[in-house]
Design a protein. Structure first.
Length: 736
């Protein structure tokens, strides 16, 4: 197969035709369609081959000039319909498969194209990307490949850019400037004419907008849209992280103005429309520093000995009307963003911290899921609808835990009853095959400037689990209720609903993880409930060990990602057939959609347009992913900053190997949960080679092994705040 050019043309051009000195004759016996069929048949015989047009004409036994012109016409039609490829030199090849997908730019050398049209991702050499970037939607052709080989291809066209804006540090020269993007998946410098620097100083963090995408010779041309400030300053860096992931930092003035116009007074007329729960004991349990309280629990002992438990959620959609400016902004943001030092809310504070926050000793409008539970936490009755509540007490998680542990304090009996019921609900979930991943969460102590002065790991206790369990109950039961309702106005099997789904694990990934866990002395079975039970046992066995974060992280990576969708495919991790998000409408737009849909069906409405909600679901999933990436970036920044401030390059830290690659070994420091890398070139005792199949590197001379999950001592070599990276050195026995 001949070498493919970087810029193959989709069809022969008139210039190409003019090079063919074909004279037209009057004789005409064969049609263009005939030649189309013959050409496609010839090219399909050896799809990996590229043929010169002259050779193709010979193979067709075409001799008249008029038929030669028809061959060219046939080639043009085949190229126009994406059935063949014609390169700049006039060579042709069949196009077996054209797909659309999203670029996943792994490194400067290659990328993958993720498409629903292919079973596996398509590998693309960087030279064949046509300058597509991470997240761009592209049209690509797949190369014919032999059985067993990975799918490869090349980008034909960039259909849609993920973004035209990038964050980075500007370098200003005498005659020009350029920006080096913070995002590691942006592998090109961005050219900025001096007239477009917008007052930025050399070294500033800036946001640039690309005006012209580059060709083979030039970088993208951009203008500075906003100057964020000097790098290394907390405010600059947090704003830079938000901008890097395309997340809004400020509300437009018209949105804030719209929010201020919303009336907050609860009228008697409105109360009459609702179920009144104000006389039932109700309280909230939230983090100590929470400002928005979007869920509350009520509890009442019934005459029959059962318990009436209410899960009350802020009725955001009472205040935020469809297609209002606030609603459109919420839909676009789709989620609140939680960085290390701040919350960037989905809704303006007028709503999130005032009208919709279930503050104590205030009447509040809520959307509720009410359940009658027996002593074994079995649901006897359920009710869903709009309510009005009055929170009697605001607990922090720590306060609620102290009351339950000590047996003293406000509402101790009710808290302990809720906790006992929650534990039984948990046991029911695990019996059905739910999974348990108690990941370690790193938190920072910050000074008034946002500088990390300490860090700690957040411990999840019964108070956290109690709230989580009742939220899971409400989410599950709302989803089941809507799914089982009779359908009106359509032949669909169920009413359109927004679900939170989680697919079964990828079989190959699970096999690989099982094999690796076995090397560390753990058995992970691969089928049904036995799999989830063995995974849960593994998580219990490794709790509070150096391997906990490593194995949990690797196990989570074997799982599919949870998404929002209108398809009721179930939630594997929770072992629920139907599941949704109903309980956090202040911070998640899908929950607002669920509230509106639930009320619509309670009002006996017909099933709504699925396509509209599926589009919103996909956007919400994408924004959730961006928010999570931004959160991780802010944590990584603070971890590196914290290690930099410790300024202790002589100290030996205990660490655990979290990853092995052909360029280095990743190690998490146990004391601080900060991750860094030992470069292969810094392993001075031997030349190490990657044994990818066994998650390890092996010394060529000594045969020493450094394996994923091993404990290892390290020192800090260097920290780089701009790149959020930390270089480590291995401490050898004679140095300890």
């Amino acid at each position: 197969m001949k070498t493919k050019k970087k810029n193959p043309k989709k069809k022969p051009t008139k210039k190409l035709l003019s090079k063919r000195r074909f004279k037209r004759s009057k004789k005409n016996t064969l049609t263009i369609e005939h030649f189309q069929s013959k050409i496609y048949t010839i090219l399909n015989q050896k799809p990996e081959r590229m043929l010169a047009i002259e050779d193709l004409i010979d193979m067709l036994n075409v001799t008249t000039e008029k038929n030669k012109v028809k061959v060219i016409d046939a080639l043009e039609k085949l190229a126009d319909s994406d059935q063949i490829l014609v390169d700049q030199e006039g060579n042709v090849q069949v196009l077996l498969n054209i797909v659309e997908g999203i670029v996943d730019f792994v490194n400067p050398r290659f990328a993958f194209i993720v498409s629903d049209e292919t079973e596996e991702d398509t590998w693309v050499d960087a030279d064949n990307l046509q300058f597509a970037l991470h997240g761009d939607r592209v049209k690509a052709r797949l190369y014919p490949n032999s059985k067993g080989k990975r799918t490869e291809g090349e980008v034909m066209e960039v259909l849609e850019r993920k973004t035209n804006e990038f964050v980075g540090k500007i370098e200003i020269k005498e005659k020009y400037a350029f920006v080096i993007a913070d995002n590691r998946r942006m592998h090109m410098d961005i050219f900025v004419p001096l007239k477009n620097t917008n007052g930025a100083n050399n070294g500033d963090k800036v946001i640039v907008e690309v005006l012209e995408w580059h060709n083979e010779k030039n970088s993208p041309v951009a203008k500075v849209k906003e100057v964020l400030g000097a790098p290394g300053v907390n405010e600059t860096e947090m704003h830079a992280i938000m901008a890097e992931f395309g997340l809004a930092r400020h509300f437009p003035a018209e949105v804030l103005k719209d929010a201020e116009k919303i009336r907050g007074r609860i009228t008697k007329v409105e109360i009459k429309k609702r179920r009144d729960i104000r006389e039932t004991l109700t309280f909230t349990i939230d983090p100590e520093n929470a400002k928005d309280f979007d869920d509350a629990l009520s509890i009442k002992k019934l005459d029959n000995g059962n318990w009436e438990i209410g899960i009350h959620i802020a009725d955001v959609t009472h205040y935020v009307k469809p297609d209002s400016k606030v609603d459109k902004e919420g839909a676009e943001r789709a989620t609140s963003v939680y960085l290390v030092d701040r919350v960037v809310p989905m809704l303006p504070e007028r709503l999130s911290n005032e009208l919709c926050s279930l503050r104590p000793h205030e009447d509040k409008l809520t959307f509720s899921a009410m359940f009658e539970l027996d002593e074994n936490a079995h649901v006897i009755k359920e009710w869903f609808g709009r309510t009005v509540i009055h929170s009697d007490r605001r607990f922090s998680y720590e306060e609620a835990q102290e009351v339950m542990d000590s047996g003293n304090g406000d509402h101790v009996d009710e808290l302990r009853t809720l906790n006992a019921l929650a534990k039984k609900l948990t046991a029911q979930r695990f019996e059905k095959g739910a999974m348990s991943f108690e990941t370690v969460e790193v938190k920072f102590k910050l000074d008034e400037n946002g500088t990390p002065i300490g860090l700690y790991t957040k411990e999840r206790k019964d108070a956290h689990k109690l709230i989580e369990e009742f939220m899971l109950l409400a989410n599950r039961k709302v989803a089941e209720f809507v799914f089982k309702l009779p359908v009106k106005g359509t032949k669909a099997e169920s009413n359109t609903m927004v679900y939170r789904t989680h697919d079964d694990p990828n079989v190959e990934k699970l096999k690989n993880f099982s094999g690796f866990a076995k090397k560390l002395g753990h058995e992970v079975k691969l089928n049904g409930k036995a799999m989830t039970r063995s995974l849960n046992k593994l998580m219990t066995d490794i709790e509070d060990t150096p391997q906990q974060n490593v194995l949990q992280g690797l196990a989570i990576r074997t799982m599919a990602k949870a998404i929002y969708t209108t398809e009721a495919t179930g939630h594997f991790g929770l072992a629920f057939d139907h599941y949704t998000h109903f309980t956090s409408p202040i911070r998640r737009y899908p929950d607002m959609m669920v509230h509106r849909l639930l009320q619509h069906y309670l009002d006996h409405g017909k099933s709504v347009d699925k396509k509209v909600y599926e589009k919103l679901c996909k956007h919400s999933t994408d924004m959730e992913k961006r928010a999570a990436e931004a959160e991780r970036a802010s944590i990584k920044y603070k971890q590196v900053e914290y290690m930099q401030l410790l300024n202790d390059s002589d100290k030996a830290y205990d660490g655990v190997v979290t990853g092995v690659t052909d360029w280095g070994i990743y190690v998490e420091i146990e004391e601080t949960k900060c991750e860094g890398m030992i470069r292969m070139s810094d392993l001075v005792d031997d030349f190490y080679q990657l044994d990818e199949e066994n998650y390890r590197v092996v010394g060529k001379r000594t045969k020493n092994v450094i394996m994923f999950g091993d404990t290892i001592k390290v020192r800090i070599k260097a920290t780089d705040l701009e790149k959020r990276t930390m270089d480590l050195l291995k401490v050898y026995d004679d140095e300890s």
